[in-house]
Design a protein. Structure first.
Length: 263
């Protein structure tokens, strides 16, 4: 794929003036930082690390020296404050944030053949987002599709949970729902809404060559109007002991079902 700039997303509106997504992203966690450095080292602005991480991060430190990027060896308390988390794994990095790519540009650059993408309709929990990105990377998802009004941005917490997956899956900005559905259809994608009940079993659905799973928010689920405009609706059958899986767990099941049939 020629371009894969990733923005991060969320919500029902774009932020008003003065509330824009920050231009820099603070990452933490060893795999998240390593993956970002491996794909886009030029985005690195500053690095903080524990002394114990120096051996593991030698390539990154050498690059910082060669390119005059500042780094500091700091203690545990400083790392906790920088990451706003105890789960920093000994490294914190500030990087230039990437904007999302437009849907038409992504479609134009998409290779031929079977593809799967995920449309997130209001998903907001950063840990769920991170888990979705990790599953998406594992199963070779072509993109995360972000609604036009969505303003959720990738956070350090989401990137850490993704374990490098945030660098493997491009983020794509949609236009309005009707136009986006039409563009995807013209590119050969079938849109499949995921609903708690009333849909066809995902395990019985013949996989289209090009598939977009549309998933809703953690609590209220996806917009009913959007679900009705999709090509079909599917559900994940189970025992009924609980109402449903959370959105991250559901994503993993859906992608595994696609992978097993598309391969």
């Amino acid at each position: 794929m020629a371009a894969d700039p990733y923005g991060r997303f969320r919500g029902t509106r774009r932020p008003p003036a003065g509330e824009e997504t920050p231009r820099e992203l603070r990452l933490y966690g060893l795999n998240a930082v390593r993956a970002a450095f491996a794909r886009r080292p030029e985005a690195l602005r500053k690095l903080y690390l524990a002394e114990a991480r120096i051996p593991a991060l030698q390539p990154l430190l050498k690059w910082c020296v060669a390119n005059r990027v500042g780094y500091r060896v700091v203690g545990e308390d400083d790392l906790r404050k920088l990451a706003a988390s105890a789960h920093h794994e000994g490294v914190v990095a500030d990087l230039q944030r990437e904007p999302p790519v437009a849907l038409d540009a992504w479609l134009a650059a998409l290779p031929a053949g079977p593809q799967c993408a995920i449309w997130l309709d209001g998903v907001g929990n950063p840990h769920n987002l991170g888990a979705i990105l990790r599953s998406a990377a594992h199963f070779g998802v072509a993109a995360i599709l972000l609604p036009q009004a969505s303003n959720l941005a990738l956070s350090g917490a989401a990137a850490r949970v993704a374990e490098g997956g945030a660098e493997a899956v491009p983020m794509v900005r949609l236009g309005d729902d009707a136009t986006s559905l039409a563009q995807l259809g013209e590119a050969g994608f079938a849109t499949v809404a995921t609903v708690v009940e009333g849909g066809d079993s995902v395990f019985a659905m013949p996989p289209p060559d090009r598939l977009v799973y549309v998933l809703g928010a953690e609590g209220e689920g996806m917009d009913r109007g959007l679900a009705a405009r999709c090509d079909r609706q599917v559900s994940i059958p189970g025992t009924g002991a609980v109402e449903s899986l959370n959105v991250a767990a559901a994503t993993a099941v859906l992608l595994a079902a696609w992978w097993s049939r598309a391969g």
